[in-house]
Ligand binder design. Structure first.
Ligand SMILES: N[C@@H](CCC(=O)N[C@@H](CS)C(=O)NCC(=O)O)C(=O)O
Length: 241
């Protein structure tokens, strides 16, 4: 059995989609990031960067103690290796996939994430126009990278659907809010429509972490507390020796 430490964001949904595609049994352990669950001592033991997703595999290959993995790219690789699926075994095919998994982790995820951040910050943070333009442009550029990649192959790593597709897809579900015109990226759109129609992708996207909360129901004080918690993080002190 696998514990999925999860909150329903694009990074969390990468892993729920893969688990659904694999048909592996898992239980969801909610990490309510607005309330600050990611800072609990127990969670930091498995995810020292105070970010979800993370997994704990209670039945790892070869037996022994449970294995925990944080960082969604590492989790995708771990689950693909464990099951021998969605990651080719030959060196060429394998590194086609791995380089796109790392592309997602180093480019698409962070840049799209910062685009979202700078589009949300309020006027109290001052003029954000430079940062907004920078990350809107990067987002547009990265859609172009995907579109050009998908021009002459059905999936990101080639002929087969792999974890490279599953890791990039959830960040594109918000294309409209990201200011993207799908007519400009028709090869991307073909891929996006195909993945969106997969039942396991739909199940993975729908995985919840409990009843949805209406942000408007939060008091202004609670909203401000949550913004500080998420937007003003600084180093945690090391334990005393
Ligand atoms: N590179 C990480 C990013 C994970 C990440 O940024 N998770 C966010 C939610 S999407 C989080 O846990 N945020 C909590 C916080 O900012 O304290 C991964 O891909 O796993």
């Amino acid at each position: 059995m696998i514990d999925l430490h999860y909150w329903p964001t694009p990074n969390g949904k990468k892993v729920s989609i893969l688990l659904e595609e694999l048909g592996l049994p898992y239980t969801v352990a909610p990490v309510h990031i607005g309330r600050g669950d990611q800072f609990s001592d127990d969670f930091l033991k498995i995810s020292p960067n105070n970010r979800m997703p993370a997994i704990v595999d209670h039945a790892p290959e070869g037996g022994g103690a449970p294995i925990s993995v944080f960082e969604s790219g590492a989790i995708m690789l771990y689950l693909a290796e464990k099951t021998g699926r969605f990651l080719p075994a030959d060196v060429r095919g394998r590194y086609e996939v791995i380089q796109w998994v790392i592309w997602q982790m180093a480019n698409q995820g962070p840049k799209f994430g910062e685009r979202g951040h700078f589009s949300r910050v309020g006027p109290e943070a001052g003029d954000q126009s430079y940062a907004q333009r920078r990350f809107n442009d990067e987002t547009h550029r990265l859609y172009g990278v995907l579109n050009n990649r998908l021009y002459d192959r059905p999936y990101i790593a080639g002929d087969d659907y792999t974890i490279a597709d599953m890791i990039a897809y959830p960040w594109t579900v918000g294309w409209q809010a990201q200011g993207i015109d799908l007519e400009e990226f028709k090869y991307f759109k073909r891929w996006f429509d195909e993945l969106s129609a997969r039942p396991a992708v739909q199940r993975g996207l729908a995985v919840s972490a409990g009843p949805a909360e209406d942000p408007a129901s939060l008091s202004p004080e609670e909203q401000a507390r949550r913004r500080r918690l998420l937007y003003n993080q600084r180093a945690r002190p090391a334990p005393a020796s």
